[in-house]
Design a protein around this ligand. Structure first.
Ligand SMILES: [Zn+2]
Length: 175
């Protein structure tokens, strides 16, 4: 699905993707007798579908928000460019790719990502939900086991032990 700037184009794109997914699910679950691991397959493919949809929606949100305002030091923040950004989410497969608008202060050159700030993503692009999940997993299990077992097996997302440790200790936020 390409970049969408209107609700109608977005809905049409999502529908086309859903149709392909529905076709695959029919083949996988209905026509393939005794299918083993249909839930795993669906989590993978459904997750990929959701991640793609979210990426396109966030790209549209970035276009809608734009980038303006005044920096802490009084400088004017202006549009600089569009950049590909990878977010890390709790959706199965974890990664969501979007193209986000990036701005910069004319005085101090500090960068600004309005959508990332709105989402509450941290410096590595982890959404608050994944930050919370990683922190929770770190509290429940020793770090290594939490990373590989809890998050990987049950949530379909991989988070490094270092990240879980940093999350439990409190992390930073990207502007
Ligand atoms: Zn500034």
């Amino acid at each position: 699905m390409e970049r969408c700037t209107t609700r109608a184009a977005f809905c049409q794109g999502v529908s086309a993707l859903a149709e392909t997914l529905a076709d695959d699910i029919w083949t996988m679950v209905v026509e393939t007798a005794g299918t083993d691991g249909a839930d795993t397959w669906l989590r993978q493919h459904g997750g990929a579908w959701l991640r793609q949809v979210l990426g396109v929606a966030l790209t549209a949100r970035a276009e809608q928000l734009g980038v303006t305002g005044v920096c802490g030091g009084g400088g004017t923040v202006a549009f600089r460019q569009r950049r590909p950004v990878r977010l890390h989410t709790v959706l199965p497969g974890r990664e969501v790719d979007a193209t986000l608008i990036y701005g910069q202060c004319a005085q101090c050159h500090a960068g600004r990502w309005p959508v990332l700030r709105e989402l509450g993503a941290d410096a590595e692009g982890f959404t608050p939900a994944l930050q919370a999940l990683a922190t929770l997993a770190g509290v429940i299990e020793p770090y290594d086991a939490a990373s590989t077992e809890l998050l990987g097996r049950f949530a379909g997302v991989a988070v490094s032990a270092e990240k879980i440790h940093a999350g439990a200790a409190g992390g930073g936020e990207r502007q």
